[in-house]
Structures are given as C-alpha cells and as structure tokens.
Design a protein around this ligand. Structure first.
Ligand code: GYE
Length: 294
C-alpha cells in the first residue's frame, strides 16, 4: 500500500508515476495506491485500510511530520513494516518505521541561499539591501520545514537580506499565484521570491506579470524555486525563472530496492538521502532537460 500525499504538483505527479510504473504485477507486486488529497486524516485512513487488507509493506509519503504514532503503532502490532519515502516523520519512537528515503531539504535550502549570494555578488549587489518574500509549502511538511530552515540559516549570514513575508501557498500553482498577488500589493519593492516548489513559482510568475512587473535574469524580481521539474526548465529558458534546486521524485525504484533487501533479510540504512543538484540560466538547460525523466 502506498499512502501518497496528493496530486498538488508536477513533482508529485512524477512521484506517483514512478511508483505506479515500478510496483507492477510484472515486477511481482500488487500496488494499492491511495491519494490523500493533502489531508493527514485521509492518509491515516488509508494506512488503516492497508492494515486491514494485510499488505506486506506500507509506504508513506507523510503530508506533515507529526501525529503518526498511533497509526504506526497499529501497523507495528500487525507486523507490517512501514517505509517512509519523500517527506519525513518526527516520532517519539523511531522503531515505528523501517527506513526513509528522500531529498535533503535543509541542504536544498542552503543551496538556494548560496546560489543567491553568488548571483548577487556577480551583479555587484552584495552590499545592497535585498527584499525577499517566501512562498512556503504545506506548513509542517518536511519539505517546507527543511527548505525554510535551510534558507533561514543563509539569511542569518546575510544581514542585508530582509525577509519581508512568508506565507504558505500549499505547494500549488493556484495558491502560489494568490499569495504572490497579495505580496505584490503589500510590498512594492520585492527583489527576490523564494518559492518552496516550482508550481508555486509558476503561479508567482503569472501574478508578477499580471501586476505589470518582470522577473527572471533580465527582470525586476529574482525567482528561486525547488524541484527542477521539466516545466521549470521551460520557465528558465523563457527567461522567467532564475534557478531551481533539484528535488528528485523518482522514489519508486528506490523503495523497490529497499523491499528487495528486506525480503532477502538484509539490513537497510535507516536514513537514505538522494543526491541532488541545482540548475540556473547560465547552464545549457536545453541539453540537460533532454536527459531528464521529470
Ligand atoms: O517539493 C513539492 C511537492 O515533498 C519534496 O512536495 C516533496 C514536495 C515537492 O508537492 O512539489
């Protein structure tokens, strides 16, 4: 059983596709897939139904980090191993899950901040006051928590960077656009938008253009985002976005490898980070995009 978050972003769509194409009958699996529509209570229901159906493994991409003890205890009592993928859980007892595989969200936030510092330096703006707003992901999701924390560490290193406002755009394009519209009304002098995923950045770009402003390497506002999905490469090539910090969604084969090891009675690493890069408009994005699967 796979308790998926929802279908809120291009990243999520690629993640779902990765699971559905990996856990096929041909490969020896029967996948029960549940889309929780970004609601923890739906994921808890899905996990309970997986337990009732006596699945062999439960995989969870937890919407938020906290509040899982009771249901994971039920899985443990039923003798069903729980594998976490993508986002993490914060638990009082880590023996409630077998292992986790996903992106290093704090590092992604650090990479975004380091990219901005280098970019501003190149423009001779390293001593300027820089006004920043953040479109946050779903509050309490580890992708939100980690990226906010990572970029926050970099803010502390740069006293001239001013975080004017942070608000959640729920990782969706529509909400990202809506929040950006209100940011633009409240703050006439925004230099940088940090969008905690690409889809919110796409919404922000629409809002900026609708307000008669420009963004990207030749525009008024610098756009930094996370995920590096195919459409982000298009936005960078169109000159609307500056950089996207990669987050790899192709966890299906990784979870498959974990299950195979467990089946063979082997040990698995508790925490497994995936290597990730960063892409910006100085690179040959067309060539790089052609090699990517999402
Ligand atoms: O960045 C975002 C998605 O948890 C890493 O969830 C994932 C995030 C991803 O909605 O696009």
């Amino acid at each position: 059983g796979y308790a998926q978050v929802g279908a809120e972003s291009d990243w999520r769509t690629a993640n779902t596709k990765s699971f559905k194409s990996t856990f096929t009958e041909e490969n020896g699996y029967k996948l029960i897939f549940d889309d929780a529509q970004q609601k923890q209570e739906n994921q808890i229901k899905a996990i309970r139904s997986f337990i009732q159906q006596d699945v062999d493994y439960i995989v969870v991409a937890p919407v938020v980090e906290t509040g899982w003890e009771t249901v994971l205890k039920e899985a443990k009592d039923a003798g069903i191993p729980v594998i976490l993928s993508d986002r993490q859980m914060k638990l009082s007892d880590d023996s409630l899950y077998t292992c986790w595989v996903g992106g290093n969200f704090i590092k992604e936030g650090h990479d975004a901040g380091d990219w901005l510092a280098a970019y501003l330096k190149k423009q001779g703006r390293e001593n300027d006051d820089i006004n920043i707003v953040t479109l946050q992901g779903t509050i309490g999701a580890s992708a939100q928590v980690g990226r906010t924390e990572g970029f926050g560490d970099k803010l502390k290193e740069h006293p001239k960077w001013h975080m004017l406002a942070t608000q959640t755009g729920e990782f969706t394009q529509a909400k990202g656009q809506e929040v950006m519209e209100s940011f633009l009304k409240s703050y006439p002098d925004i230099d940088v938008v940090v969008a905690e995923n690409d889809n919110m950045a796409f919404g922000a770009i629409d809002a900026i253009k609708a307000a008669g402003k420009t963004c990207g390497p030749n525009g008024d506002i610098i756009i930094i985002s996370f995920d590096a999905v195919a459409a982000a490469f298009d936005a960078m090539m169109a000159g609307d976005m500056n950089c996207s910090v990669e987050c790899n969604p192709l966890h299906g084969p990784r979870v498959d490898a974990i299950i195979k090891k467990l089946q063979a009675g082997e040990k698995v690493n508790k925490i497994q980070y995936v290597d990730e890069k960063l892409f910006d408009t100085t690179m040959d994005l067309k060539a790089i995009k052609a090699t990517r699967l999402y």
